[in-house]
Write a protein that binds this ligand. Structure first.
Ligand SMILES: *[C@@H]1O[C@H](CO)[C@@H](O)[C@H](O)[C@H]1NC(C)=O
Ligand SMILES: *[C@@H]1O[C@H](CO)[C@@H](O)[C@H](O)[C@H]1NC(C)=O
Length: 896
């Protein structure tokens, strides 16, 4: 379909709000002077005259449509941007573009298929869309299209989401950011809940409800609820005389449903959903071990916020709970040898202990978790804790394991084998410099979940909020059972805990659509006794009652079932291997395609078929401008909407020196080689502000030879200096030497050791790597590559990885350092190269047009022998055009 031409692409996932306009409109209050109507609502000639967010929620399942209309009032073609921020838990289900009345629909495709179309499209038009992580709960979706003078464009984005109950309410979160005054701006939310609505509220973070006055209405009665937000132009102004919009923030709708009615099973068109949230049960006592990272990288605000949060949590601990603290850095410290009851005296002692927490050293996750598990197992075995109590571990860390057992796979195996499914592990990842997928996998395989704690002023509240979610287990070992022969394709129906304020949702398909009665057996263990009951539903009565409600969208239970099934398949897939993973992937993909969901496995492609008239009308206009202008406004007509996980930037050099620069904004990487003679020393990093310098010396491929016959070269020595700390480190393939002032300490690659001083730490992981951290925000890893000892020719060499650079200054330079600041590049004109497997393309970077080649390099940080493949655009000729100056500018006279 795309083959004959025009294509533009946007990759897409799910959630909400809108920004439109090709420029950020400066927020300065302009005086009115009677000319207001000429200024307002126009950003660079683009007027966004309507933005509507329409949400229909039926039994927690939200179907949201964002529609934005804009017109180009200028006299030449302009690029119009549409941004929406969508909840991470939602799935996009539709995206259409309407230009001058002609609608181009979105088609759902398997991601790889869509990507191929996209790559083809890139060579013909230009890319215009991406999704990246945006804040805590949202993901960002951006599309731009070129709009001819006088033309109108409508963007319509639809996404669906199952609202989860958390701390007693369902929360729908809409981000609003129109960036200009919009004549018709409205949010309309209709909620239908067969159980009846018990509370409903709506608020905007950018203004108090009093000031919103008539713009906001909210009401509910019986099964229906309604929220409407329609600020007039004047109500949108940031001040009475301003032309910029005050709408910038979160619009949140929260509600809950009645729990008195047992009617919490719903059945329509052969699908059922069962909502389970019993009320009024006593809380099950819990045994909780807090496993807290106090390593060096936690120092400063993070550790203070953690202490603050723990002190607040101690106020909420119930007297029949048992608790303990395990602190870990390089080693493990426990507060008490065993769990103790949360008596007022013990809580007082706990407070003193928490106040005295200090940061130090490295990160030994393995030993800390194993101690916690041993402690909980022993407490149960010795009957130290009540029979009907439940155990949980809450671990908080801000970094990767880097001492003791530090292989993620091995830690997971150890923890799995120790917990044996008996209780859940919750992992909280503090900040961004950590391997979150490791924390998530480990939590998921131990019946828990992982959560990010964002480094921000409210980190303590985030921690405390998480604790509140799990503080009150009402039931353990919860099972929802349905007659085997009557139900198929059931979603997860057993849960280790039911927490107060949450809800368990199970959906499935009836084998016989015409069945008359439906039965569910519920079992769980409560604080005092076991809960067992059966729920019987008259299917016909139920369907009749539900179908009478006119604003239910017909197949919502089927879609809810598909949503839940896909979500659970994707979750399971995270920890699956081999054939099982393929199976899960295939199932999730089938359902995503069938139900039109943009998930990590699918993309949405919006194609504008070749249309001569349209082509000319858009492409002609820019022709009146300069050439470059014309190029940048070539119409782009295929949008590829898909999901891209966020990632941390990384930079490294390894192998024959291959430099890899990853650019997270692009979800892509650039690579280049530097060919220099053995003996040359290259400047990799130099930061005049932090005083850090890293240089590397090149060696040849072959031993006992200063020149290399193969032409391959590697790094054999690295020198790291911090003048402010009066510290130097030399890493060779044999030894690691540290100088504090003039005093050297020499260690060998056969050691496993850690040296720490003033926030600096150097950890040697025997024969694998050295981790060098200059406090939070600056961490390097040097990887040792060992060749076969008796190899006649080849010799050992080193790789250098920058895993965290966010504290290095904007003045940082060097072959790697110059890329630490955000920079941009564009790749276009992808075409076959000399190697059919490696297409060539044109890259525009730093105002240079370069011919680049698609290739891949290996990242050996996690696994020194096999490595993981990193795809990248290879810049030829020693990185010429990409690096500042020429590569010989980076040659220095010595390692220090
Ligand atoms: C997508 O939205 C368009 C415009 O509203 C509509 O015509 C089309 O039927 C929708 N597609 C699907 C699969 O819902
Ligand atoms: C894969 O899925 C099929 C059903 O689609 C099932 O019969 C088979 O056992 C599954 N294989 C694995 C390894 O899970």
């Amino acid at each position: 379909m795309l083959s004959n031409g025009t294509c533009l692409v946007a990759l897409l996932h799910v959630g909400f709000v809108l920004r439109l306009g090709s420029l950020w409109f400066p927020g300065s209050p302009l005086r009115l002077l009677g000319k207001r109507s000429l200024l307002e609502g126009l950003v660079d000639d683009i007027e966004v005259y309507s933005t509507k967010i329409n949400c229909q929620v039926t039994s927690r399942f939200a179907h949201n449509v964002i529609t934005t209309r804009a017109v180009n009032r200028g006299d030449k073609a302009k690029e119009v941007f549409f941004d929406a921020e969508l909840p991470k838990t939602g799935f996009i289900t539709n995206f259409t573009l309407t230009i001058d009345g002609v609608t181009y629909p979105g088609n759902i495709k398997e991601k790889e298929v869509a990507k191929k179309q996209y790559e083809k499209a890139v060579s013909q038009g230009k890319t215009a869309g991406l999704v990246k992580a945006s804040g805590r709960k949202l993901e960002k979706f951006t599309v731009s299209v070129n709009v001819a003078a006088g033309s109108e464009v409508t963007f319509e984005l639809t996404y669906e989401e199952l609202l989860k109950r958390n701390r007693g309410k369902y929360e729908m979160y809409l981000k609003v950011q129109p960036k200009q005054l919009v004549k018709n701006f409205e949010i309309e939310v209709d909620i239908f809940e067969p159980q009846g609505i018990s509370t409903l509220d709506a608020e905007a973070s950018f203004i108090t409800n009093d000031l919103l006055g008539s713009a906001l209405t909210k009401s509910f009665s019986g099964k229906k609820g309604h929220v409407s937000f329609k600020p007039s132009l004047d109500q949108q102004r940031s001040c009475p005389t301003c032309t910029d919009s005050l709408l910038n923030g979160d619009f949140t709708v929260t509600y809950d449903v009645n729990r008195e009615l047992p009617a919490n099973v719903q059945i329509v068109n052969g699908y059922f959903v069962h909502f389970f949230a019993p009320q009024g049960l006593p809380v099950v006592p819990k045994n909780v071990v807090f496993v807290i990272d106090v390593s060096g990288s936690m120092s400063g605000r993070k550790i203070e916020q953690t202490k603050e949060a723990l002190l607040k949590i101690l106020e909420d601990v119930r007297e029949d709970d048992y608790l303990n603290f395990i602190l870990f850095s390089g080693g493990v410290t426990t507060w008490k040898d065993q769990l103790v009851q949360a008596t007022p005296e013990n809580l007082q002692k706990a407070r003193i202990f928490v106040k005295n927490i200090r940061d130090q050293g490295l990160t030994n996750i393995n030993d800390a978790l194993l101690s916690a598990i041993r402690m909980l197992n022993k407490a149960q075995e010795d009957h130290l804790v009540p029979e009907r109590s439940t155990s949980i571990i809450i671990m908080l860390t801000d970094g990767d394991a880097n001492t003791g057992e530090s292989r993620p796979e091995k830690i997971r195996e150890n923890v799995r084998n120790a917990i044996k499914g008996k209780f859940p592990l919750y992992n909280l990842g503090f900040g961004r410099n950590l391997d979150y997928s490791f924390l998530e996998s480990m939590a998921l395989e131990n019946h828990g979940l992982a959560r990010r704690i964002y480094e921000d002023s409210d980190a303590d509240l985030q921690l405390q909020g998480f604790y509140e979610e799990v503080a009150n287990p009402l039931l353990t070992s919860v099972q929802l059972e349905y007659p085997d022969n009557a139900i198929q394709d059931l979603t997860q129906n057993s849960y280790q805990h039911f927490y107060d304020g949450s809800e368990i949702v199970v959906a499935g398909r009836l084998v016989d659509e015409d069945m008359n009665s439906f039965k569910a057996d519920v079992k769980g263990q409560g604080a005092l006794n076991d809960l067992i009951y059966t729920e019987n539903v008259d299917v016909k009565e139920m369907e009749k009652a539900l179908k009478e409600q006119d604003y239910i969208f017909g197949n919502y239970i089927e879609r809810l079932w598909a949503y839940l099934t896909i979500e659970q398949l994707l979750e399971k897939r995270k920890n699956a291997q081999g054939e099982e993973k393929e199976n899960l992937t295939a199932q999730a993909l089938d359902l995503s395609l069938k139900y039109h969901f943009v998930t990590p496995l699918t993309s949405m492609v919006v194609t504008k078929p070749e249309d001569n008239e349209d082509q000319t009308s858009i492409a002609d206009k820019p022709g009146e401008d300069t050439d470059t202008e014309a190029k940048s406004t070539v119409p782009s007509t295929t949008h590829l909407l898909s999901y891209q996980p966020p990632s941390n930037p990384y930079y490294y050099v390894d192998g024959d020196p291959h430099f890899i620069i990853q650019v997270p904004e692009k979800d892509d990487a650039i690579c280049f080689n530097i060919d220099e003679a053995p003996g040359a020393v290259l400047r990799l990093i130099q930061d005049p502000v932090t005083g850090l310098t890293v240089n590397g010396q090149i060696i040849g491929d072959e031993r006992d030879s200063s020149d290399s016959h193969t032409g391959k070269t590697y790094f054999g020595r690295l020198g790291i200096t911090n003048v402010q700390m009066d510290f130097r480190l030399e890493v060779t393939t044999e030894t690691i030497t540290l100088w504090s002032g003039d005093v050297p300490t020499t260690l060998s690659w056969l050691d496993t050791a850690t040296v720490t001083r003033d926030g600096l730490s150097v950890t040697i992981n025997r024969r694998r790597n050295v981790v060098i951290s200059f406090g939070p925000g600056v961490t390097f890893v040097v990887v040792l590559h060992q060749v076969w000892k008796k190899h006649p020719l080849h010799q050992d060499f080193l790789g250098f990885y920058v895993v965290d650079s966010h504290r290095m200054s904007a003045q940082t330079h060097g072959l790697l350092g110059q890329f630490f600041h955000p920079f941009d590049f564009e790749v276009s004109d992808v075409h076959p190269g000399s190697d059919p497997a490696k297409p060539d393309a044109t890259m525009v970077v730093k105002n240079h047009h370069l011919t680049v080649t698609r290739g891949s390099q290996k990242d050996y940080r996690k696994d020194t022998t096999v490595g993981t493949k990193v795809n990248c655009w290879f810049v030829h000729n020693n990185g010429q055009g990409l690096i500042d100056g020429v590569h010989t500018d980076y040659i220095v006279s010595s390692l220090f």
